[in-house]
Each structure stands twice: as C-alpha cells, then as structure tokens.
Design a protein around this ligand. Structure first.
Ligand code: CO8
Length: 257
C-alpha cells in the first residue's frame, strides 16, 4: 500500500509534504496526522529546508478528520489519542508553511490549512467546518482560528450551519492568501516557497514568530516583541549581507548566520 503521506524536494530550500489517501478524500486518520507532525518537525530542524509546502491532490486537500476512525470512540479513547498535541506540533513549526489547496479543505482539513502561514487555493476549492452536521464541533482549532481570520460574524455563519464556502468567498473573507487556477496551485505555492527560501532564514523565522505571537497578545506587547526581534537581527551576518548587497547593487547571499 502507498504511503499515506509523501515527502518531496521540489526545488532547492523547499520541502513538500503531500497527503496521499485519495481513496478517503485525504481524510486525516491518526497515521496521517502523526506523519505530518513528524515530517514538519524534521523539516523544521533541517537547515537545507527553509520553507515548506503542505498539499493534497487535485480532488482534496483533506476532507477532515477520519470519521470512520473516530465514530465509535469514547471520551477516554479520544483523550488517549492526544490529537491536540499533534496539532500543536504542526503549529509549532518555526519555518513558514504554505498550504496548497485544491478540492476539499473541510473540518480538520480546513483547520490544517489554517494552521499554515499562507494559503494558496485553486478556484474550485471548497472550504468549510461541517462538524455540526455530524454532531460535533471543530476540534483542531477551527472555532478559534476561523474567527481570528475572517471575523466573528462570517465564522459563526459557517461554524453554526456547517455550510461549505467557495475559494473565492474564502479569498474575499481573507482566509485565502492567493487564488489561482486549479492547475497552478502547487506550482504557485512552490514558487512562493522558493522566493521565501532565498531570503534570510533568521529574518523569516523572526517575522513568523512576531506575527503569530503578536496576534495572541495586546498590541503593545506585540510591538515590544517586534522591537526585540528586529534588534536581535542586527547581530546577524544576514543583516550585514542584506544591507551591503543593497548598497553595492548586487543580489544578497544569505547564510542563516
Ligand atoms: N472521513 C472518513 N472517510 C471519508 C471522509 C472523512 N472525513 N471524507 C470522505 N471519506 C471517504 C468516503 O467515506 C468515501 O469512502 P467509500 O468510497 O469507502 O465510501 C470516499 O472518501 C469518497 O467520499 P465520497 O464518495 O463522499 O466523495 P464525494 O466526492 O462525493 O464527497 C466530500 C466528498 C464532500 C468530502 C464528502 O466525502 C464529505 O462530506 N466528507 C466528510 C466531510 C466532513 O464532514 N469533514 C469533517 C470531519 S470531522 C472533523 O474534521 C473534526 C476534526 C476535529 C477532530 C479533533 C479530535 C479531538
């Protein structure tokens, strides 16, 4: 049987993680979630990888948690599975992660995309948090990340009805970073990842951390965090190289030091 999660290196500096359960619309069973967490952790520690693309196939990014795997589970079984720890590991990746979304991003699939930093979606992708239709609620961060991304009233509209929404609507609401023709989703995500991979990994890591931690804090705390982060970067060779290259009118060569 084929691996349920594949890893690739589409171009220098970029790692790609591909969910590969087409027979189940890429539903996130425990194996898939553990593998995504494992690969993100490993890529997060690999100096040769500076940006990561997470994708599915042309029909589905991920159609949610695997309903068949959890239908009979009780509270203690769900507790023992510890999926919240896997979500935390995924969210803790220090490098930028770009979700390349074609087809369905539903339930845990939508939550997985929202755990990424940038979402590139194909025009016919479909998003949604349909959990209420099967008697539960989003459990991978959807009740928190969706309102933070699109505001309370749009989030409530979809979390409380379970209705799906189009990629265009997701884009208009601010959930999708870039909307592209279906056939170009992966290409565009890899291209953007390559662009990020060519920048200073130190600056990129500090920028990601400042945005994410700042979103969780009061404005003043977030601003203080940003100030510290930019000050730290002035100890880096990359800052000296980046500014020297600008002044000397050449392309910078960032070392991550
Ligand atoms: N889980 C398990 N199997 C699935 C899932 C899923 N989420 N989605 C699709 N499949 C399977 C189908 O059962 C079917 O299998 P089979 O061929 O054996 O019958 C196969 O994939 C193909 O599916 P369809 O025939 O339904 O394909 P369609 O193209 O007609 O429809 C849809 C695709 C719209 C994606 C449809 O399959 C669907 O509605 N799927 C369920 C979507 C959903 O409700 N997702 C939310 C799941 S709950 C969740 O994510 C909560 C996460 C929080 C957990 C936290 C735990 C602490």
């Amino acid at each position: 049987m084929a691996d349920s999660v594949l890893i690739e290196r589409p171009t220098e500096g970029v790692g790609l993680i591909r969910i590969n359960r087409p027979e189940a619309r890429n539903a996130l069973n425990m194996e898939v979630r553990k593998l995504i967490a494992k690969h993100l952790t490993e890529m997060g520690e690999d100096d040769a990888i500076r940006c990561i693309v997470l994708t599915g196939n042309d029909k589905s990014f991920a159609a949610g948690a695997d309903i068949k795997e959890m239908a009979g589970a009780g509270t203690i079984e769900m507790l023992a599975r510890g999926t919240h720890k896997l979500w935390r590991t995924i969210a803790a990746c220090p490098k930028p992660v770009i979700a390349a979304v074609n087809g369905f991003a539903l339930g845990g699939g939508c939550e997985l995309a929202m755990t990424c930093d940038i979402i590139v979606a194909g025009e016919s992708a479909k998003f949604g948090q349909p959990e209420v239709k099967i008697g539960i609620i989003p459990g991978g961060g959807g009740t928190q990340r969706l309102p933070r991304a699109v505001g309370k009233y749009k989030a409530m509209r979809y979390v409380l009805t379970g209705d799906l929404f189009s990629a265009k609507e997701a884009f208009d609401m601010g959930l999708v970073s870039e909307l592209v023709p279906d056939a170009e989703v992966e290409k565009r995500a890899v291209e953007m990842a390559k662009q990020i991979a060519e920048l200073s990994p130190l600056a990129i890591q500090q920028a990601k951390e400042a945005v994410l931690r700042g979103m969780d804090a009061a404005l003043d705390t977030g601003l203080a965090l940003e100030t510290k982060a930019i000050q730290i970067l002035f100890s880096s060779q990359d800052q000296k190289e980046g500014m020297a290259a600008f002044i000397e009118k050449r392309k910078p060569k960032f070392s991550g030091r």
